[in-house]
Design a protein around this ligand. Structure first.
Ligand code: GDP
Length: 295
């Protein structure tokens, strides 16, 4: 769905860029086109409308109509406005507590385990932290193996208990282990399901209430369109998470999910995943994502 956003916005912009001077009428026309493009890209109606209303008002207020390069000015306005809608500035992780507990949540295949490794690597190499990874997916032995492999690659210890089927006990034991060994960040990877499921939600809510995490990061595949928004809402209603991680932005999605998710759950997007490797993680910059969405 998002793939077409670029073409549509291009078309809308062409109207503007092609004009030597711009009239109020074609600003309105262009806003309509842009709104349509955003709606087609699964941005919800309220957000798309608020966005175009705001941009049009600012455009008229800043005399876009008489500017030397109206298209350019309008593009900048749109960029700024989109960035604002996505939070404006970089949202840092809350990692001052010792140990800091970070819970990772999301559906199977979203990229939780991969992100857990990437985050540990980021904290160790860029924030001077000593992380411990905790393998909390008791249903998939392969997920435990995967986390151990990743931990080995980035040189971060991984706490596992293959005999336990109790994710709460594992999380608590992991935290105790970190305290014992002087690790100051505990990253708890949790079990997902293929779809939203009451049992999974109950379980992760219990892990939350028994570990009091400082950060709960919801991991979601940016390629999943409107589903990403629905999943975000379901997880947020239940977990009241502290941030979003959008994965697989190395694919050809424009990233419209960033705008939709932010507008629906109003939680900051903190990281984006841009590949399978441990280094393929970026802090989320709203202005960069705005440029990407607008092309
Ligand atoms: P989990 O089930 O949520 O733990 O998901 P995984 O971490 O196992 O990831 C599922 C698949 O997506 C794996 O093949 C990962 O290598 C891949 N993956 C995770 N993050 C990214 C990303 O940012 N970009 C790409 N291209 N692939 C990713």
């Amino acid at each position: 769905m998002f793939e077409n956003l670029q073409d549509k916005l291009d078309r809308a912009f062409k109207v503007l860029k092609g004009q030597g001077s711009i009239t109020e009428i074609n600003v309105a026309e262009t806003m309509k086109e842009i709104r349509k493009a955003l709606l087609d890209a699964d941005v919800n109606y309220k957000t798309a409308k608020a966005f175009t209303d705001e941009v049009r008002e600012k455009a008229l207020g800043q005399n876009v109509l008489t500017a030397v390069s109206p298209g350019q000015l309008l593009t900048k306005l749109m960029n700024d406005e989109l960035a604002n809608l996505m939070g404006g500035t970089v949202q840092e992780l809350n990692i001052t507590a010792n140990p800091t507990i970070i819970l990772i949540a999301g559906l199977n295949g979203a990229g939780k385990t991969t992100f857990s490794g990437k985050l540990a690597n980021f904290l160790a190499t860029q924030k001077n932290k000593k992380p411990l990874l905790v393998a909390g997916d008791v249903y998939r032995p392969a997920a435990i193996d995967q986390l151990e492999v990743l931990g080995g690659q980035i040189n971060v210890p991984v706490y596992t208990d293959r005999n336990s089927k109790d994710p709460i006990a594992i999380a608590k034991a992991g935290i105790a282990e970190a305290k014992k060994n002087g690790q100051n960040v505990v990253i708890i990877d949790t079990a997902g399901r293929l779809a939203i499921d009451e049992e999974m939600m109950n379980e992760i809510a219990e892990v939350k209430s028994s570990t009091n995490p400082h950060e709960i990061l919801f991991v979601v595949d940016a390629m999943t369109g409107q589903d990403a928004v629905n999943t975000a809402k379901a997880f947020n209603d239940r977990l009241d998470f502290t941030g979003v991680v959008l994965t697989k932005l190395d694919g050809d999605t424009r990233g419209g999910a960033a705008l939709s998710i932010k507008s629906v759950v109003n939680k900051p997007i903190k990281f984006i995943g841009t590949g399978e490797k441990m280094e393929a993680l970026d802090v989320f910059y709203p202005d960069r994502m705005a440029s990407r969405i607008l092309g």
